[in-house]
Design a protein around this ligand. Structure first.
Ligand SMILES: *Cc1c(COP(=O)(O)O)cnc(C)c1O
Length: 379
């Protein structure tokens, strides 16, 4: 049996999404900037997708900038807003558990004289809005707090933070890549000014995403070379990809409610049965977490052995750890929770998806039992 439980890393393209994309590789392959009929046809498809993406998050179509994915969206949000606000201040507030796309964009700015405050999280991985509020300074020009963490699935109090960033007129960015299409997301409810998303995390193609930029939020374009996307992102539009993103979100909205409750039940069963194993711990918040995310640590094991052992059983999982110079460094997210080193480096992430069935969860739990017992015996 082969069981894919790594949907936080990527998802397969929904066949309906692929079907919608295919003509734009061949008979409808115009450049959306061209004035002729082929170009106009591509432009119409891009506009339709833009309206779909905007509707998904309660934005206006003109506020959607198509990108190559959430990594680019995060970079454009952080670097673009920072450069636009340079004259007013050079301080950014973010959290310790952001995706590397946000963290490394911040590091780039730090190397150039900016100051970045990394707000800590509690032992469940949740940021306290008061901590964010207290770290604001007169020269703060951007706050970036992710909506849902990709490793431990914790949901952040984005709307509460949005309330005071709005009051103080500070642009507020959220990386909502894991949340868009999984649960309702509204840019006005969240009071965010910028929001990142990616198609391939929601059964769309890899290499395409979007950044919501609220009207009136100054952003200096990072990718130069054309007036595409209203001058906010140069480069010929990835028409098939953009069409795929639009179709993927349309389908996601249709199945959202049903999938949310189905996945929550499967997730809770997986967590419950895994925690019956000796030396098992749940990482992240038990309640405020994505419906598809399970992150566990097992005493006397290590992430690499868990992931490789599960792979031998045909179960795809993730360690979240980065392999630095041959040794496994525990993930910055698990470290930020303040977990003991042994537990942070013995974590495995299992993320469920649309294709995940009850019998797959049964199989995965059996595999997990076997792998943990084997590692224990070998130690
Ligand atoms: C996957 C992911 C990204 C990166 O998205 P890409 O489209 O693969 O570049 C950024 N942030 C979060 C939270 C993610 O889960």
């Amino acid at each position: 049996m082969r069981v894919y439980l790594d949907h936080a890393a990527t998802t397969p393209v929904d066949p309906r999404v692929l079907h919608a994309m295919l003509p734009f590789f061949t008979e409808r392959a115009g450049n959306a900037s061209s004035v002729h009929g082929f170009g106009q046809d591509a432009r119409a498809a891009v506009d339709q997708a833009r309206a779909q993406v905007a509707a998904t998050i309660g934005a206006r179509p003109s506020e959607i900038v198509f990108t190559s994915g959430a990594t680019e969206s995060d970079n454009l949000a952080v670097v673009g807003v920072a450069l636009a606000a340079e004259g007013r201040g050079r301080h950014i507030v973010t959290t310790a558990i952001e995706h590397h796309a946000v963290l490394e964009a911040c590091h780039l700015l730090e190397q150039r004289g900016w100051t970045v405050t990394y707000v800590p999280v509690d032992e469940h991985g949740i940021v306290d809005p008061d901590d964010v509020r207290r770290s604001l300074r007169p020269d703060t020009v951007l706050v970036s707090v992710m909506a849902a963490n990709n490793e431990i699935g914790t949901l952040q109090p984005v709307a509460e933070i949005g309330r005071f960033t709005r009051e103080r007129n500070i642009p507020f960015h959220t990386d909502a890549t894991q949340l868009v299409g999984a649960a309702p997301v509204g840019v006005d409810d969240l009071q965010v000014d910028l929001l990142s998303m990616s198609a391939h995390k929601r059964y769309g193609p890899k290499g395409v995403g979007a950044l919501f930029v609220r009207t009136g939020t100054p952003v200096v374009p990072v990718q130069r070379g054309g007036s595409h996307e209203r001058g906010r992102r140069g480069g010929t539009e990835n028409v098939p990809g953009i069409v795929g993103l639009g179709a993927a979100l349309r389908i996601a909205l249709e199945v959202m409610e049903g999938e949310h409750s189905r996945l929550t039940a499967l997730r809770d069963r997986l967590i419950r049965e895994a925690l019956e194993m000796p030396g098992a711990h749940l990482n992240g918040d038990p309640v405020r977490r994505l419906s598809n995310n399970v992150n566990l640590s097992f005493d006397q094991t290590d992430s690499q052995s868990l992931v490789l052992g599960l792979d031998l059983h045909g179960v795809a999982s993730s360690s979240g750890s980065a392999c630095t110079s041959g040794s496994m460094e525990p993930s910055h997210v698990l470290v930020a929770l303040g977990l003991p080193q042994e537990r942070a480096s013995a974590a495995v992430r299992l993320t469920l998806g649309r294709g995940t069935t009850d019998s797959e969860i049964t199989y995965a739990i059996g595999a997990l039992r076997d792998v943990v017992a084997r590692i224990g015996r070998a130690a």
